[in-house]
Design a binder for this molecule. Structure first.
Ligand SMILES: [Zn+2]
Length: 271
């Protein structure tokens, strides 16, 4: 009898070792628009099965809500709204009865979460970049938990750090996400390294750091040409000190109806 050594790998998210690592797509596989060139490298990074499943669900839940808040005719989101409609059983053919029921339930759930836009007027919490194009009225809106977006941005950054530097972002370093309002403006004075990461029209990333502090990194991520994140990796205490400098979106109280929930697992391991 021979013994086979089990290859252990570390999960980039929860940082634990797993003997059954899975490949997690750094930018979610289903979020790539149809316009993505074949030459784009769809990076993956090691994940434990539990994190991979939890993030997979989060990606799916966010996708169905966010994709109708971006310009579906743009190159950056080409084909994605149609894909989301099929996921909800619309324009989808040849489905089994069970699959039909599953998709109808998804559609019903999304519909139940819609709120009249006028109910939200004058309330804080609108996420910059999401919503109908300028001048277009949309009678319905949907609530998206900011924590879900923040988890996604952090996931992408952890994946990029792993792919670029084989790095696991771990204490005393941590990750903090902000929603960026505008195009990237580099604080040029201190920047020595700028890298562009190209996942095609659906996701563009810039990574910068200063030579004397290579572990302190700043990312800008643009998703579907609309949603912009600024993500910092720094010492935990430095991020705590700098928090007041960065505006985080104010949330609104969920109205008296169902909204998207984030799986407890993702919240638990983050806390
Ligand atoms: Zn994990």
């Amino acid at each position: 009898m021979s013994q086979t050594a089990v290859a252990l790998a570390r999960c980039i998210h929860c940082l634990s070792e797993t003997d059954s690592p899975e490949l997690d797509h750094v930018f979610p596989k289903s979020w790539y628009p149809d316009t993505t060139p074949k030459t784009v490298q769809r990076w993956t990074a090691p994940s434990c099965p539990k994190c991979n499943r939890a993030f997979g669900q989060l990606e799916h839940d966010l996708f169905l809500r966010m994709i109708f808040c971006v310009d579906s005719k743009s190159d950056a989101a080409a084909g994605l709204a149609a894909k989301a409609l099929r996921t909800m059983g619309l324009d989808a053919e040849g489905l089994s009865d069970e699959e039909k029921r599953r998709r109808e339930a998804t559609l019903k759930k999304i519909r139940s979460e819609l709120v009249r836009t006028e109910e939200l007027e004058d309330k804080p919490g609108k996420i910059p970049g999401l919503g109908p194009p300028e001048g277009v009225e949309s009678p319905r809106s949907i609530l998206i938990p900011y924590a879900g977006l923040s988890l996604m941005a952090e996931k992408i950054v952890r994946g990029c750090e792993y792919r670029i530097n084989n790095r696991f972002v771990e204490p005393p370093y941590t990750v903090c996400t902000f929603i960026a309002n505008a195009e990237v403006v580099f604080p040029e004075a201190m920047v020595t390294g700028v890298k562009s990461i190209d996942f095609g029209p659906g996701c563009q990333i810039k990574r910068i750091f200063a030579a004397e502090t290579p572990k302190v990194v700043r990312y800008w991520i643009t998703i579907w040409g609309a949603l912009r994140f600024s993500v910092l990796i720094d010492l935990h205490e430095e991020l705590e000190k700098a928090k007041h400098l960065y505006k985080r979106p104010e949330g609104i109280e969920p109205p008296d109806k169902p909204t998207m929930r984030i799986r407890p697992y993702l919240r638990e391991y983050k806390d």
